[in-house]
Ligand binder design. Structure first.
Ligand code: SF4
Length: 237
């Protein structure tokens, strides 16, 4: 009997991890035989996300240490409660390989007779007002310009909300108290996918051939848990 091979599916963080080091990505994200330590920054990031989701989704006031983020809550949830305004938190949006909306989990998609999840993205806040949507990703780390992730979030919104014609995608950099934004029209999506396609193909090729070689770099010395790798702890790259 042939072993079950999981269909190819990806997220932007998986693509980035693969590009940083395929071997590290294999052990940490796919085979999961090596655990990455949850450092303080990651734990704080998770806590902030939870507090902001509770604030917007349930009205729970922000606890000490995060009250200063209230101004961002007010900004992104403006209009919440008004007729015709939907404000949702922690939206898990998956699309299939034909860019059609589907369920987050493979089993759920199969049960519903939908395409299998191919790309998955999470919107921390999603506001829909008629043909216009705002999608927000809270960031607790340092500012990094990467509009690709914003475009992918927009694509998921277009798939799940056919009435939406324009999406504003927003990163809110909480530590630096600033934002990065990009606006997308539905018509922008084919060019976005075309631009990204070679990177997706490389990831798919690795998946189909279980090809995850080490790529020594800045992560080896302090930021990689793969102790069995010959480059582990090394700064010779
Ligand atoms: S030690 Fe370096 S080359 Fe080896 S898996 Fe980790 S990041 Fe990749």
């Amino acid at each position: 009997m042939n072993a079950y091979v999981k269909p190819f599916a990806w997220s932007y963080s998986r693509l980035k991890n693969y590009e940083s080091c395929p071997k590290r990505h294999w052990h940490v994200d796919i085979n999961k035989d090596v655990k990455e330590e949850q450092g303080e920054a990651l734990l704080w990031g998770n806590e902030v996300h939870k507090r902001l989701a509770d604030r917007i989704g349930k009205g729970t006031p922000l606890a000490a240490g995060t009250e200063k983020f209230e101004k961002w809550v007010q900004k992104v949830s403006a209009g919440q409660g008004n007729p015709g305004v939907q404000v949702l938190v922690e939206q898990q949006l998956a699309i299939d390989a034909n860019f059609a909306p589907t369920a987050w989990f493979e089993s759920e998609a199969r049960r519903a007779g939908k395409g299998l999840p191919w790309y998955r993205g999470i919107g921390d806040v999603l506001k829909i007002v008629g043909p216009v949507a705002l999608i927000v990703d809270w960031k607790t780390g340092k500012v990094l310009e990467d509009s690709q992730q914003l475009a992918l979030m927009a694509s998921c919104v277009f798939a799940h909300y056919p009435e939406v014609l324009k999406v504003r995608s927003l990163f809110v950099w909480l530590k630096d108290d600033c934002e990065t934004k990009e606006d997308y029209h539905r018509n922008d999506m084919p060019a976005m996918w075309k631009h990204l396609w070679p990177r997706i193909e490389a990831l798919k090729h690795a998946h189909e051939n279980t090809l995850y070689p080490p790529k020594a770099g800045a992560l080896c010395r302090r930021y990689c848990p793969v102790a069995a790798c010959p480059h582990y702890g090394s700064s010779n790259w």
